[in-house]
Design a protein around this ligand. Structure first.
Ligand code: NI
Length: 136
């Protein structure tokens, strides 16, 4: 086992600890290992996207931080060939949820998800994807 040290904002750590308690974890390390495994599984799913897909990318961000809104708008313009529509919801005074409907080549969708997820104010990015063919 390797030992690492990580810096986290206190509120995030407190929330994480509450989740661990709810789930019955006995050690923080085990919870962090499982979180990393989930993160990797999600990445692996995303990295295997291919062919024509359709889906919804949801992004949660703090619009007061680092001009995130402007950055996300720029990125969406850049990926306009796969973006069909988007809905913006103001969650509270600071946080926004953007649901972006995408349709196009899997690799392009992956590129969009990764780019949008790297924007500094973005707290979470999720892709719910389907193949574009209508199911039998
Ligand atoms: Ni908003």
């Amino acid at each position: 086992m390797e030992r690492i040290s990580v810096s986290l904002p206190r509120p995030l750590l407190e929330k994480f600890d509450r989740v661990l308690k709810e789930k019955g974890y006995l050690s923080r390390s085990e919870g962090i290992r499982d979180s990393i495994r989930s993160y990797m599984a999600e990445h692996s799913l995303l990295s295997r996207l291919e062919g024509e897909i359709s889906g919804i990318v949801s992004l949660i961000y703090n619009h007061e931080e680092h001009s995130t809104s402007e950055e996300l708008t720029d990125i969406q313009h850049e990926f306009s060939s796969i973006i069909q529509s988007s809905i913006h919801i103001h969650l509270d005074e600071r946080h926004c949820l953007e649901a972006v409907v995408v349709r196009g080549e899997g690799s392009k969708v992956r590129e969009f998800v990764n780019r949008a997820g790297r924007s500094r104010g973005v707290r979470g990015v999720k892709l719910a994807a389907n193949v574009s063919e209508v199911p039998e």
